[in-house]
Design a protein around this ligand. Structure first.
Ligand SMILES: CC(=O)N[C@H]1[C@@H](OP(=O)(O)OP(=O)(O)OC[C@H]2O[C@@H](n3ccc(=O)[nH]c3=O)[C@H](O)[C@@H]2O)O[C@H](CO)[C@@H](O)[C@@H]1O
Ligand SMILES: C=C(OP(=O)(O)O)C(=O)O
Length: 431
């Protein structure tokens, strides 16, 4: 079975180019379907989620052409069936973006329930509430739901909580609805701004993306364009943390440092030295590791998707650290796996409490989701002996070339498909 093998690694050193953001790309591909002409998307990461969307596209008449590395041409002119099968929808998170993207043009969208990383509860009630306010009717079935709207009309929507997914989905629906939609308590994430920027380039009338109030005046036509997705702030953050974990120095290139404000502040607080230019960030370990308290929050707060790799970094910091996830209070599956490696960590009442500065030992561990995977890999680099990380398919949903990138930075790591392959790699890496 496919597994990642991590051996004790030296201090990571060097630079790594950061790919396009998964969480933006998933929205941009759907948003491109709103156009009446082809849309070219550039810097698209090569990850499993995108391959699933390509399969979904085939069944709908949506043409997604790979023009060059990282370049997709999306042509929705021949979409004949706005139907996304349950098996495909449940293989990733955001099949629901096709509701926002296709409802105004097609009047009916059938889609399976969302999958993605499992944090016990990931409701979509805000998507339903907002689209219903715009005139959509939902019918729920065992493995899929159907959304219908003879005509979508603008509405004034107040989200009960800040949600990036619902903000983007409803923004797409509103782009071609009749009249004005106002989204209040909207998410301010860079991915929301990125999606708005693509829609604006296609001719949509959107103001306020990046603030908590977004105003969208629906238009009847949207045109094609060429658009570059933003870099993945979550991958960048994880590589910077890996520099800290291994006591090294890593530069992430082609990033937007402002997108990582709260992350960089926390890394500095812990003891890393951070240097930025307009498009790079370098994290240097200084030998100082301070225990701290972290509370995740929606952007610009500390991202829930960065708390797992941060946990591995805090295992280096002597003393007690506390991590609470306010976005997904149960998102701590990595804690039990880190415990198997000897980490002194327990989760009580939605708070991970850890005592850092203790040695780790390699173990067989399971990545339950994308970011848990990176946390375990990072811990494996400083553990004594071999760490085997299973659940590789979760990691592949979000990271392109991660193993290769870590190797270039000096990590002792490999993906192996079989016991034989693993034995060969272990023998070669021992020489
Ligand atoms: C593909 C993608 O972009 N995934 C990201 C997106 O997920 P996703 O878009 O699913 O997450 P949301 O931003 O929507 O969720 C934020 C919070 O709102 C709650 N909520 C959300 C919608 C809803 O209808 N009802 C509701 O209660 C969620 O349970 C959560 O507590 O943002 C999360 C929070 O930054 C990240 O961890 C995910 O990596
Ligand atoms: C939770 C994540 O992804 P998704 O929402 O796609 O499951 C993530 O990227 O960490």
């Amino acid at each position: 079975m496919k597994r990642i093998i991590v051996q004790p690694s030296p201090a990571l050193s060097g630079s790594v180019r950061i790919p396009g953001a998964k969480n933006s790309t998933l929205a941009l591909i759907a948003a491109a379907c709103l156009a009446d002409e082809p849309v070219r998307l550039c810097d698209i990461p090569s990850i499993a989620d995108i391959q699933i969307i390509e399969q979904i596209a085939e069944g709908m008449g949506l043409v997604i052409q790979r023009e060059a590395v990282g370049q997709l041409l999306i042509d929705a002119r021949a979409v004949h069936a706005a139907v996304i099968e349950p098996a495909k929808a449940s293989a990733f998170r955001t099949a629901y973006y096709f509701v926002g993207a296709l409802l105004a043009k097609h009047g009916r969208v059938s889609v399976g329930y969302p999958g993605g990383d499992d944090f016990v509860s990931r409701p979509i009630d805000q998507h339903v509430k907002a689209l219903t306010a715009m005139g959509a009717r939902f019918t729920f079935h065992a493995d899929h739901y159907v959304v219908e709207a003879a005509s979508l009309v603008g509405a004034d929507i107040y989200f009960d909580m800040i949600t990036s997914g619902a903000t983007m989905n409803v923004m797409m629906a509103a782009a071609r609805a009749k009249g004005r939609t106002v989204l209040r308590n909207a998410a301010r994430d860079p991915e929301v701004v990125d999606t708005a920027n693509l829609l604006i380039q296609m001719g949509a009338r959107i103001r306020g993306a990046g603030t908590d109030t977004i105003v969208i005046d629906g238009v009847s036509n949207l045109k094609g364009c060429t658009y570059h997705v933003i870099p993945d702030r979550l991958i960048a953050g994880a590589f910077l943390m890996a520099a800290g974990v291994t006591g090294g120095s890593v530069t992430v290139m082609d990033v937007i440092p402002e997108h990582l404000g709260s992350c960089l502040a926390k890394l500095t607080e812990i003891g890393l030295h951070i240097e930025t230019t307009s498009s790079t960030i370098t994290a240097h370990a200084t030998g100082v590791y301070r225990a701290t308290r972290v509370r995740t929050a929606m952007y610009p707060g500390f991202a829930t998707d960065l708390q797992q790799p941060l946990t591995s970094l805090l295992l280096k910091a002597p003393g007690r650290s506390l991590i609470s996830d306010r976005i997904y209070p149960n998102r701590f599956q990595h804690a039990a796996q880190l415990r198997r490696m000897g980490a002194d960590i327990e989760v009580r009442s939605g708070v991970a409490r850890l005592n850092g500065g203790k040695p780790l030992t390699g173990a067989l561990v399971h990545a339950s989701d994308i970011r848990a995977g990176i946390a375990l890999i990072m811990a494996g680099m400083i553990a004594e002996g071999k760490t085997t990380v299973m659940g590789v398919h979760h990691i592949e949903r979000g990271y392109e070339n991660m193993i290769e990138d870590f190797r270039l930075l000096g990590a002792n790591i490999a993906v192996c498909q079989s016991d034989d392959e693993e034995l060969r790699w272990l023998a070669s890496s021992a020489t």
